[in-house]
Structures are given as structure tokens and as C-alpha cells.
Design a protein around this ligand. Sequence first.
Ligand SMILES: C[S@@+](CC[C@H](N)C(=O)[O-])C[C@H]1O[C@@H](n2cnc3c(N)ncnc32)[C@H](O)[C@@H]1O
Length: 255
Amino acid sequence: MTHFKYSKSVKYTDLETIYAQCSGPGGLKLTEFMAEKMGVSRGERILDVGCNRGIQSCFLAKEYGVQVVGIDPWDDRMDGRPMVEHARENASKWGVPEMVLAQKIGLPESHYASESFDRVYSTTALEMVRNLSGEDGYLQCLKEIRRVLKPGGVFGLGEPMHLDVPIPDDLRPYVTRDEFPWAECFRDVRHSAEEVRSAGFDLLEYGYVPDAKDWWAEYAQHDPFCKDDPQGDPLTLKIDNGRWVSFGYIIARRM
Ligand SMILES: C[S@@+](CC[C@H](N)C(=O)[O-])C[C@H]1O[C@@H](n2cnc3c(N)ncnc32)[C@H](O)[C@@H]1O
């Protein structure tokens, strides 16, 4: 049973394609959930931080009539091309080439002018920065997001997070392995909300996504890397069974 009433993302039913064009739980459902919580409105200018292959930027442009700048610093794990090349191709496929601009940039050095975006959207990206650059690197990214937001602008952060409980002993080996160990990347939502607040935001709302377990199950089933490696994230999620892994969201306004 889904908890959130999706109206826009339900039109896109090809989950194989959706999960091949982004990277993480939720796909376009996540983007709709965040956009509604953030109050995204037609004509706004939005920064998508960690846009990956850009499908969520395209969805925002097409379904909400907004101009999106998607940034992503990495090359694609599948074909080695810059993510932003996929994003540009997706923008054409989605019929929004004039509304989505993709640039190969990573926070905290965005180089955009201060106060240039109405809203900033970021999902399943900054927890990786936390792992690579520590809490200080994470905080620098939040401060850069604040800098490029217009005063009063809204930041929507969606992230894999853990529930406010210790890691179950039998789960620990699974969340301490791999290149981006979940135990290092994930925090509980109160911790992350406090980091956002300390970067100069007013917290409007935060919590765990009610559909988090369904989103993770979809991800395990449809993400191409999960399909190739059932002993990886799909096994972790099976062992966890909703005890520790979740997905959190934070909606905040630039003070
Ligand atoms: C797991 S994907 C998430 C993609 C998509 N937003 C989603 O929700 O499925 C994370 C993306 O963050 C990008 N990323 C990594 N470091 C970043 C940084 N410093 N600034 C912006 N994006 C970054 C990666 O290149 C990657 O494409």
C-alpha cells in the first residue's frame, strides 16, 4: 500500500528505464514526493544537485514547467561518458532540451552566482560526499547550496538514511562493505536536519518517507547494478527488512 498520493509519476510505468536513468531508491516517485513537499511552481529556476543521467531533472521540467540546471561531476559507470551527456540526451528524448541544462560540476564548487536559484533539489547524492569528504565536506556543500539560493528559496534534500536505532548485529557486515559503506554514508534524519539548520536554513519539515520500504524494494528489483549483483544491495536490504535502512527528507528555507 502506498502512503503518498502520486499523480504525475504514475504516468511513467517503465521502471526498468527509470531505474537505469537515475541511481537510487524512488526514481520519479521520489522526485514527485520532493517537488510537492518543496512547493515547486511553474516558471521557477531549480538546481538539481547530483542529477546523474538527468531523468529527474527532465521530469521536473516536463511535469512542473520549471527550468532545471542539473549538475553532476562523475562519469557514468556503465559507459564512461560524463553523466551530463546522458542528461542532455534525456532532455531531448523528454522534449525539454531548452528547459534542462546539464553541467559537469560537483559541490561544493558550483561557481554559480549567489542567489541565482528559486529552489535546490538534491536526492541520494550528498551522502556520498559525506563518505568521501567527511561531515565537514558535507557541510561545505550545504553552505554552497545556501549561497546559490535566493533569499527565502527552498532546499529539498532526500537521502538514504537510517532509522534512529543501532545497526542490528547481523546487518553490520553488510552495511560496512563496498566502496560507499552505508554505515558511513547514512545518518538518521534528526542528525541531517541539524546539519541543514547549522548551514543557515530554517527547517520547514523533515521526516522519514512513508513509502521508503517500497522504494527500496523497487530499487532492488529494477536498478541495473542490483540486477547484476543480487549479493550486493538487494541482499543487504533483504537482511535489513526495514529495521535500520530508510529514506529521509528535509525541506528547508534559506534564512
Ligand atoms: C546515487 S546518484 C543519485 C542520482 C539521482 N539524484 C537519484 O536520486 O537517483 C548520486 C549522484 O551524485 C553525484 N555526485 C557525487 N559527488 C557529487 C558532488 N560533489 N556534487 C554533486 N553531485 C555529486 C554522482 O555523480 C552521482 O551521479
